[in-house]
Every structure is written in C-alpha cells, then in structure tokens.
Design a protein around this ligand. Structure first.
Ligand code: G6P
Length: 372
C-alpha cells in the first residue's frame, strides 16, 4: 500500500535509498576496536578453524554477492572459495567433506534450490553457514550457523539492498576467517573494517548525487533493445548484477561480461550505438586493472559503442573515451562493488520506470522461489 511505501513511488526506490542502512545495520554490533565479533559463529568456531575449503551457494543476485565474497575471502583468509548456483551444485556430485564450509546466501531463506543444496551439503558432511535476511527462515533453521544480514524487509521482487548487505556479511566472514587463521595482521583487519564502516555514507552520496542524472539517461534510453555490462575483478559480479536488473525489471536483453573476456568473443557484439556500462576499477588499484579496463573502453568506443563509465571521483583517464561518467566516491578496491552497484540498481529501476513498467512486481517473477 501507499502507506507502507512511506511516500516513496515504489518499494524499490525506497529500498535502494535504504542501501546505506542495509550495510550499516549488518555491521552493527559486529565490529569492536578494529576487530570482528561474530558471536553467532561461536558454536562453530572449531569447525571454522579447520576449514580447508569454502563453497558459496545462492541463486540470482545472492550468487553475485557470493562471487564478490569469493575474491575477498580468498585474498584475506587464503582459503580456496568456489561459488556455485545452488541448482547446479546439488546435481553434479560435488566433492565436499567435513572440512568444507558451505555458505548459503539467500535474502528470503526460503529459495527451494538453495535449501535443497544446503540439505545435500549437510548430508555429505559439510559445515553449513547461512547468510540470510529473514529471521527464522527455513535455510538458517537447517544450517549449523547463521549470520543474519540486517537489510530490513525487502518487498520489491528484484533484490537491491539485500545485495549490499550480503556482500557486507561475506566480508565480515572473510575478516573473521582471516582472524582465526592469522592471515592478516590486526592492523590490516582494522584497516579493512574502517573502509567497510565508511561505505554507508559513500552509498548515500551516490544515491544523492547520481539519481537525477541516471533517471535522465534511462529516459533517453527507454527504446534500447540491448545493454552490455563490463567489469573486472570484484567489478565483474557487479556487471552481472547490473545486467540481471535490466532483465528482471526492464525486460531487455542485457549481459554482463568479465572485461578481460571481451576480446575472446563479446567484442563481436559491439556495433554502432550499442550501450555498454563499464565498471571501472580505481586508478589506485595495485593490480593496475584500471589501465586494462580503460583500454577495453577504447576498443569498444572505436567500434561505435556508447559507453557509460562508473568511475571513481577524480579518475580523468576515462573522460575522453566515455559518453557519460557516473561518479562514485573513493574506496579501496574490495569496497568498490558496494558503491558501483548502486548506480546500476538505480539504472534498472529508472529504465523500467521510463518504460512504464511495475518495478516492484516484474512479470513472471516471484520474490522467493519456493519450488524447484
Ligand atoms: C528470486 C528473486 C531474485 C533473487 C533470487 C534469490 O529469483 O527474483 O531477486 O535474487 O530469487 O532469492 P533469495 O531469497 O534466495 O536471495
């Protein structure tokens, strides 16, 4: 009802505006003096210390949060992490044992594919940890431990604020594992937490500063038939998430690619007028991925693509090659996805709105898919 939306035109618009709180509330009470405190994992502390492998399971947006988590958990805790769609995992005889930590990610905690995958993992002897946004849902009840995200109820069918909360929870888990395993120093952990705690205000700035311009862009693009998204490293799952939002909300063909994969196929898709969103890593990125992505932009621009770059404030290298630059505040590389995803959420919502579609209730979709 209109009252539940609290004056917002849609639940989705309200929920995107709540992305800062989704992160802040997921951190609340879990960071003390530069360290992570996850008392809810005390019961599985011994198991966590002996884990040799992590498998992250989810569907849709939750699986993309898992992909972001993989990069961070491997970098911080030095444990191999696989991310798999729940429905694929269960049907392919995965190799798992009691030293495998299976982390399920689900906003609703009721997605049947994920639930069945968790049950399968438990039977195979794995430790199961649920990252879930819904208190007392089936998946957390059937898992060895649960780390709740505190994004608040998400009503719009396509997930937005739950994504940033899921990434936050996975980051807390990654830093917790790094603490247990001694793979980061206390100072390094404190530094990452300081970055994480700065995220909510930065998301708030993006919602504030970019929404109007993105709505204009979406309005101009309301007849667009296809949009591509490129990203690299943690920006790759963000590209996938941006594309999923357009499929779900605006019913247009959209695809996300790893930018490095461009020359291995997708560049053949580029023709004059093709719109491409590019999630640009920070120029301060120690792995120098910025340069590579800027050269990808040059390649597609030379073939007539219309490029919308999501780039850090002050990144001037992209300006000559992009048709439009959406700015995000500075952050260390691992925290960029929590920022760069926000303009893509806004774009999906605005494109659907420009097309006169119901952004909260897209056709053919359910908020929680409780059948296989
Ligand atoms: C549905 C929704 C998606 C969501 C996915 C996983 O398909 O439309 O937005 O990402 O389910 O949902 P879950 O509740 O498991 O996170």
């Amino acid at each position: 009802s209109a009252a539940e939306k609290g004056g917002w035109p849609s639940f989705m618009k309200k929920e995107i505006s709540e992305e800062p709180e989704a992160v802040a509330n997921t951190l609340l009470g879990r960071v003390h003096d530069g360290a992570v405190t996850l008392t809810e994992l005390d019961g599985v502390a011994e198991a966590l210390a002996g884990v040799t492998r992590v498998v992250i399971l989810g569907c849709g947006t939750a699986s993309y949060a898992g992909m972001v988590g993989k990069y961070a958990i491997e970098a911080w805790a030095r444990i191999p992490v696989d991310v798999e769609l729940s429905h694929e995992f269960r049907y392919r005889d995965p190799v798992i044992d009691e030293k495998t930590l299976v982390v399920s990610v689900s906003q609703s905690g009721e997605t049947m594919d994920t639930l069945m995958a968790v049950r399968y993992a438990r039977q195979a002897g794995a430790r199961t940890l649920s990252i879930c946004n819904t208190q007392g849902a089936t998946i957390p009840r059937e898992s060895d431990a649960v780390l709740y995200t505190h994004a608040g109820p998400e009503v719009a069918v396509a997930s937005t604020k739950a994504f940033v909360a899921q990434v936050t929870a996975l980051y807390l888990l990654g830093l917790h594992l790094a603490t247990l395993r001694g793979t980061l120093t206390e100072a390094e952990i404190a530094g990452q937490l300081t970055e994480l705690e700065a995220v909510p205000a930065k998301i708030g700035q993006i919602v504030e500063s970019a929404s109007g311009r993105i709505a204009e862009l979406a309005h101009w693009m309301s007849d667009t038939q296809s949009v591509l998204f490129l990203g690299r490293h943690v920006g790759y799952p963000v590209a996938l998430e941006g594309a999923l939002k357009l499929k779900e909300l605006a019913y247009i063909h959209a695809e996300g690619f790893a930018a490095g994969e461009l020359k291995h196929g997708p560049i053949a898709l580029i023709e004059p007028g093709q719109i491409v969103f590019v999630v640009v890593p920070s120029p301060r990125d120690p792995k120098s991925l910025h340069k590579k992505v800027v050269s990808n932009i040059q390649e597609i621009r030379a073939r007539g693509a219309r490029v919308i770059a999501i780039a850090e404030l002050g990144d001037v290298a992209v300006v000559p090659f992009a048709d439009e630059v959406v700015r995000v505040p500075l952050a260390e590389p691992f925290f960029e996805p929590l920022l760069s995803v926000v303009p893509l959420h806004i774009f999906g919502m605005e494109l659907a709105t420009a097309k006169g579609l119901d952004v909260d209730q897209p056709r053919n979709l359910a908020k929680s898919v409780t059948v296989e």
